[in-house]
Ligand binder design. Structure first.
Ligand SMILES: *Cc1c(COP(=O)(O)O)cnc(C)c1O
Length: 461
């Protein structure tokens, strides 16, 4: 399997080159040059596998230059950190199937990909005798999942900047209680935007970047999409077993278009799915795109599902590549136009194509709270606010087939919102309880670019 960029200037990369490149060096995103097709026969064989075996099979179709025994061991280790033997269990609540993606170390779906990516980075860095210093800014979920992915790994240090006092207490504990010597938390005095601006500045200094082998964590690494393809297959098989239905529909709460794009690829590989339900909160650029062919920037609203408070969806360009039928010049032109005008408009013909792939709904905060509350009354099950957006979207735009909604976080990560929606107390969660007595480690710094750069220079590998 070879990889190419959506912008056409990079081609024929191996899997390992694609993993280590992250963002394509022509500014585009990396994609497999062909999508492997799974026959009915193969589907049948895959349907009997446990999660880890299934992950191995799916990933091996794409990671063709990785020795089989090494991939086995990487996959085994990546999912050993999950607290459920099914890794991503599917539970039926009311009429809907909930795909629980929150059984990893930080209780959110990003663990599914970042546990694997951390192991893969270490594997290639050790093999090639290289070092990597990961720098990132976070408003919460990504930072904690990235730290959990690379803690204690050889040849990697990680530096995470977050705004002091402005990430949730659970998220802060998940980051700062990690005792491994390769983890550096930097709490800056300022906002998330200040933290992100500093990281951007650091990366724009090419000499500094080279000298300290800097790399980033973000949702654009191909491996993050790849690892997420697996659970669409896994969930389909569980629901197919229970209902005998040949076709299902997934509802995906999304912001960066990453998770839903993985589902779209699973469909392209041959998984029998109806068009995907794309569920956004009030930050609705993606649902406007699906419903009206209008992909235009608006201000970011702070919502009750903060991990989806995103306007520019970083994985969107990957879908554009398929929408334009692999025409990389058209992708480049569209991305340039978007950069200049903050807006893309699609033709009626393109809209028909888009609406064959997706149907969308935008769910506001009040609807989110109502959904958590009614669902809890009807089923006794607590939805986290992101999952609630996805479940609500099924009510609004779902088809007449079994529905699987992706549960992207554990409700205990958002206790304030759960308290607003229901009167019952959240049951204590051991993984969180045990953090509160642990020692915290964090460097508090002013939002001063030079000071932060010297700190990184001093502590980097
Ligand atoms: C990151 C995140 C999302 C959005 O993920 P996408 O890849 O943009 O679809 C949704 N829910 C939670 C809890 C998240 O952490």
């Amino acid at each position: 399997m070879k990889y190419c960029s959506t912008r056409g200037k990079i081609q024929d990369l191996s899997f390992s080159e694609a993993v280590m490149m992250g963002l394509a060096s022509d500014g585009g995103l990396l994609l497999p040059q062909k999508i492997p097709q799974i026959s009915r026969q193969q589907l049948k064989a895959l349907s009997k596998m446990n999660y880890v075996d299934l992950a191995y099979e799916i990933i091996s179709l794409y990671a063709t230059d990785l020795p089989a025994a090494d991939l086995r061991s990487l996959v085994n280790r990546s999912y050993a950190s999950f607290d459920h033997s099914d890794i991503t269990p599917v539970v039926k609540k009311g009429d809907i199937y909930i795909l629980e993606l929150f059984h990893g170390p930080t209780l959110a779906f990003k663990d599914v990909a970042l546990q694997f990516l951390g192991n893969l980075f270490e594997y290639y860095l050790v093999r090639d005798n290289k070092k990597l210093n990961i720098i990132g800014a976070t408003s919460g979920d990504t930072g904690s999942a990235a730290i959990a992915g690379v803690r204690g790994k050889k040849n990697i240090n990680i530096f995470i900047l977050f705004p002091f006092g402005r990430v949730s207490s659970v998220q802060e504990m998940q980051m700062t209680t990690v005792a491994d010597a390769n983890v550096f938390n930097i709490a800056i005095d300022g906002t998330f935007d200040d933290a992100q601006a500093i990281v951007k500045e650091i990366f724009s200094d090419q000499a500094f970047k080279q000298a300290h082998a800097l790399g980033s964590i973000n949702s654009i690494n191909w491996v993050r999409v790849l690892a997420q393809i697996v659970y669409y297959f896994y969930a389909y098989f569980r629901v197919n077993e229970q209902t005998g239905c040949e076709e299902v529909q997934f509802s995906v709460p999304t912001g960066n278009f990453g998770d839903i794009f993985a589902g779209y690829l699973a469909g392209k590989m041959g998984l029998p799915t109806r068009r995907f339900i794309l569920a956004t909160n009030a930050n609705n650029i993606l649902s406007r795109f699906v419903n009206g062919g209008d992909y235009s920037l608006a201000d970011v609203h702070h919502s009750l599902s903060p991990s989806m408070d995103i306007q520019v969806a970083s994985n969107f360009e990957r879908y554009l590549y398929y929408l334009y039928d692999g025409d990389t010049a058209a992708v480049v032109a569209a991305m340039e136009r978007f950069k200049k005008t903050g807006k893309l408009i699609f033709s009626a013909e393109q809209l028909t194509h888009i609406q064959k792939d997706f149907v969308a709904a935008s769910i506001n905060d009040q609807q989110t709270l109502d959904q958590i509350s009614t669902f809890s009354k009807q089923t006794g099950y607590l939805l986290d606010p992101h999952t609630a957006v996805g479940v609500r979207a099924v009510d609004e735009v779902g088809d007449d087939v079994p529905h699987i909604c992706l549960a992207t976080a554990h409700p205990a990560k958002f206790p304030e919102t759960i308290d607003k929606a229901v009167t019952d107390k959240l049951p204590p969660v051991e993984a969180i309880e045990k953090l509160s007595s642990m020692r915290r480690r964090c460097e508090r710094m002013t939002a001063d670019l030079q000071k932060i750069k010297s700190y990184i220079a001093e502590k980097s590998l």
